[in-house]
Design a protein around this ligand. Sequence first.
Ligand code: PFF
Length: 447
Amino acid sequence: MSSTDREQWATRIGFILAAVGSAVGLGNIWRFPFQVGQEGGAAFLVVYLAFIILIGLPAILVEFVIGRRSERNPIDAFERLGYRAWTIAGLLGVLGGFIIMSFYSVVAGWVTRYTLASATGAYFAEPAEYFMDIAAGTDALLFHLLFMGLTAIIVGLGIQRGIEMAVKLLVPALVALMVLLIVYGFTLDGAVQGYAYYLSPEPGAIAANWTSILPAAAGQAFFTLSLGMGIMITYASYIDDERSLVGDGAWIVGLDTAIAIMAGLMIFPVLFTIGVEPGAGGAGELFIGVGGAIAGLPGSRIIGVLFFGTVLVAALSSAISLTEVTVSFLIDRFGLDRPVATGIVAGGIFLLGIPTALDLMVLELYDQVTAELFLPLTVFLLVLFVGWFYDEALDEVSKGVSADWLPGAWLWHVRTIILVVIGITLILSIQGLIETLPETIEAIELL
Ligand code: PFF
């Protein structure tokens, strides 16, 4: 990060807004319900919530500690702290973020498309068929290009700050629209079935499927909290020393989780009402579920434009944070101009995303490999570093915290439980990938 960037978010509210803007995005509204559907409903929700509280929140503090202490981006941070070899963790995170961005942009392209299609009512009659028609192919590619172009313009001009401020408006607007759709869902015939599926785990369901639920829940938690990509390291490098990292972290995690839970409340009643089985829509769950709900509402066109338009801004603020990490790395390391660095990064992301715009299976493959492998591996390395190698962590996390016992308890937790749980998760993820990979690759129609 250059020094001018560093000053941009020097205020507390700037930091919280930037971090919330990064965290709240397609991960909450698109990816979360799709994971719930694939992993069988409420059992996933329970494991996910436990993971967010017991692992996600303490892990966000791990990134904050590295960021605030080093005042650097994730790649230069370790050298600055005097542990050069650990730069590998930062590099891995940046690489994961780069790949995530390539399909994130395709999904955001769908959202862009739905914003326009709401105005004409194009998907109202057949929500599920419409999604399948537009999800892959030249149209999807075009919208991927459009979204990436928009992100590049904002990052290239260095005007993120305006977007971060828009988040202030956006989060309440998003919440209001979601409440409206949740209330509508409540009135539908499939509401009871939808809530039961989403909120009431069948006895034994977790025990029976934990080997696939745990890695999925972990991947979703890291993805939605923007962990394992260096984002929170970067943002925390702007926090001043008086702030309590614990307090800020709790706010960000709480808000992010609330929005994800609401997305589920919005979608599952609709799926049961229109007769689409959760999980069957795969990556299309949000579009089919919310599309179906919007179609049934009075003023559907306006509500559709508002809803998908708001989601689009949320996606944009997350995409900016993701792109900015790589761009600032190129600027710092190779002294490139911002527009040049942005052009290279955005061009690379666009190219890498092409296969995901042409085949849904490829998108789901990129998604699974990054969320269940790259992210947990990076977080594992960061946790290992802060827990066992970095001496100053306790001092850093204690700043501004009044409960004396908290920092010590956190460090103990990081050193033991978190490390073990993420370690187990990684083993399960790798096993799962080895099992499903051949099937997935066979199903890809590009090859
Ligand atoms: N957390 C964002 C979301 O939930 O949509 C996505 C994201 C942003 C992931 C930034 C990773 C990241 F570094």
